[in-house]
Design a protein around this ligand. Sequence first.
Ligand code: ZN
Length: 177
Amino acid sequence: MPRQITDTIFVHCSATKPSMDIDAKEIDRWHRERGFLKIGYHFVIKRDGTKETGRDLMEAGAHVKGHNHKSIGLCLIGGVSESDVNVPDNNFTKEQWLTLKNLLNDLIEQFPGVVVKGHNEVSSKACPSFDVQAWLLKEGIIKTKQVTTPEEKQYLEEKREQFRGEQLELFGGRKDK
Ligand SMILES: [Zn+2]
């Protein structure tokens, strides 16, 4: 059934070691093993920054108890210590941070008024192993405000352009090697 409301974007992590280079297909397999229809997230961001699609964007997800009918779920691969899977660790790559920024900016534009939260803001879990609100503030990501004036639109466009440039630098550079 398509989702009627989208009021929140939840950021998750896969709670896997940084050396585990897994993808949406692997998570899909895990979630099916747990009895889900398919992968519970709408997007997965791999260690190399690749954005992968999970569930259809307008489909209800399976990632936060009580919020699945009105939210989008993103999952960053990683998030626990290499030496101990029980220790949360903010170990995401700079490619992942850039992809996350781009993706959030796109989604915020697509769903005006949506707010971004970490899974740990609505549950006692450590997921996604970092303070999402502090990060949003630091990155200047517009969270709740609807873009209405030409100045705001231009600001957002400039920000997006800047992110695209940074991403091109990172990903473009690596592909040449
Ligand atoms: Zn989570």
